[in-house]
Design a protein around this ligand. Structure first.
Ligand code: NAP
Length: 354
């Protein structure tokens, strides 16, 4: 049997951290050796302290694991460190760990837009991992940092990539309906969101604009040249637990004969993770549904184990003859967070980069 790579999860008690626990349990390549949380939980057994949010129980072995401090000592035994920390903590700690040799695959937003930091959605831009040697040399780090995108952007860009490759894109408009889990365990107060919609998510639209262009951009010798398209997002929080739904309007450069051309491009899309048969890669990254009332968060968020996005209601715009419009749905905590991070780590291993 191949020896598994020791990994740690920082922020293991949070919503994304809990998804990491599920995805890494009995992972064929990675062995969970350390889990961390905030100071108040250090030394406590995971099963006794975690406020577990998902329907199946946490794995028994993990319930027995004790929480370590969120610092170098806490993840000393791990080669790869998955980060599900709040931004403020990640900003200080991730560079320190990378400097000391750890491979950080992170969900937190700091450094995503740095020129030498790969921002990866594995089916779309695996080649951007070539920034890693540049980052290591420039910063004189033994380890490195790789980032996965903001949840809304991860779901959106997956649906855009086949359209870009097949028809070209001039502009993208998107209106989101984002689940409360996207804001973390303490993110949205129930009195604010039940019987309500909040038409503002701080800094979310800016993240969608810039991250979409970087992920779909082109790698040059030492940075990514962002894709030259217009992106305009309007982001909203809705009373759904899990699964972001997005209404997308894409102005294509070339128009296929009919909507079927778009359906085919989306359904046939496959990336490197599928080619390499990575353990967390869904068989189909994009699942197209033909019913007029799908996708829906409650029914479709766990498609492909939460790693596929589901597209429906594909139709032409009434205003611009080159504009196609559709709905896309994805799990914000899996495709939008932990699942993509695990897939990045699998890609790194498959490409012999770790
Ligand atoms: N939720 C999503 O869908 C999503 C999607 C993409 C990216 N992200 C990003 O992923 C990260 C985690 O999000 P989340 O939704 O899982 O948040 P969360 O539910 O609030 O969990 C935060 C985690 O960080 C730990 N933590 C908080 N303060 C800490 C401190 N000072 N020192 C050490 N650990 C600390 C918490 O430990 P305690 O339990 O002990 O407090 C918990 O384990 C954030 O950066 C977020 O922006 C989230």
């Amino acid at each position: 049997m191949v020896e598994r790579i020791p990994v740690a999860v920082m922020g293991a008690t949070g919503l994304v951290g809990q998804r990491f626990i599920q995805l890494l349990h009995r992972h064929p390549w990675f062995e969970l050796v350390s889990i961390t949380a905030s100071e108040r939980r250090i030394g406590q057994k995971y099963g006794e302290t975690v406020r577990w949010m998902w329907s199946e129980e946490p794995p028994e072995e993990v319930q027995e694991m004790k929480l370590s401090p969120t610092n170098y000592e806490g993840v000393r035994d791990a080669e790869i460190v998955f980060s599900a920390l709040p931004s403020s903590v990640a900003r200080e700690l991730e560079p320190e760990l990378a400097k000391r040799g750890k491979i950080i695959v992170s969900n937190a937003s700091p450094f995503r837009m740095d020129d030498d930091v790969p921002l990866i959605n594995p089916e779309i831009n695996p080649d951007h991992l070539k920034l890693i040697p540049i980052q290591r040399e420039k910063r004189n780090w033994k380890g490195f940092i790789a980032k996965n995108p903001n949840c809304t952007t991860a779901i959106l860009t997956l649906s855009l990539k086949p359209l870009l490759d097949n028809f070209g894109i001039s502009n993208v408009r998107v209106a989101t309906m984002q689940a409360v889990s996207g804001a973390g365990y303490e993110g949205v107060v129930s009195m604010d969101i039940i019987d309500n919609i909040i038409p503002f998510i701080k800094e979310e639209e800016e993240k969608v604009h810039r991250e979409t262009k970087k992920i779909l951009g082109t790698l040059t010798s030492n940075r990514v040249e962002p894709l030259n398209i217009g992106v305009s997002a309007s982001c909203h929080r809705v009373p759904v637990l899990e699964g972001h739904l997005e209404a997308v309007f894409v102005e294509l450069k070339e128009k296929p004969e009919d909507v079927n051309g778009v359906v085919k491009a989306l359904s046939n899309f496959k990336g490197k993770p599928q080619e390499l048969k990575l353990p967390t890669a869904p068989e189909k990254p994009i699942v197209v549904r033909s019913e007029p009332d799908r996708p829906q968060p409650r029914f479709d968020r766990m498609t492909g184990g939460g790693m596929s996005v589901v597209v429906g209601r594909i139709r032409w715009s009434e205003i611009d003859q080159n504009e196609i419009k559709y709905m896309v749905l994805g799990s914000n905590t899996i495709r939008g967070a932990a699942g993509t991070a695990v897939l990045i780590a699998e890609l790194l291993r498959a490409e012999n980069m770790i």
